[in-house]
Write a protein that binds this ligand. Structure first.
Ligand code: SF4
Length: 120
């Protein structure tokens, strides 16, 4: 019973994250741009963000533990902006706490954008 409740809680958390990202990316582009200005680091290809709520069928898991996307150049906007803030990091940390995301966020909202964030 406890496992079922935990599973339901995880599904609700990850589902809410997907809706939040979709809404922000679709209807609040300025908000997303501001968030991405604070983002630093780079993807370490852990694949955690591709397994939120369900495992993306386009995810490729390599024997060395890294991952790739079959449509990386044409991936959806939701994927391009992940993580857009600490909430997203919290979602993926819930799934893969032992390996942190390669991205992190600085405090200042008006921090100059990194090259990668500006391109997103
Ligand atoms: S969770 Fe972070 S490091 Fe892992 S694949 Fe997603 S963006 Fe890359």
């Amino acid at each position: 019973m406890v496992r079922l409740v935990n599973k339901a809680r995880t599904c609700a958390l990850h589902g809410a994250g997907k809706v939040r990202r979709w809404f922000n990316h679709t209807a609040r582009r300025d908000h997303v741009v501001r968030r991405l200005r604070r983002r630093r680091g780079e993807c370490v290809r852990c694949g955690a963000c591709c397994k939120l709520l369900f495992k993306c069928p386009l995810l490729v898991e390599r024997p060395d533990g890294t991952t790739a996307c079959r449509i990386h150049g044409n991936r959806p906007g939701n994927c391009r902006v992940f993580p857009m803030d600490e909430n997203d990091l919290g979602d993926r940390d819930h799934l893969m706490p032992e390996l942190p995301c390669g991205y992190y966020f600085v405090e200042a909202d008006d921090a100059p954008p990194t090259e990668a964030a500006a391109a997103d």
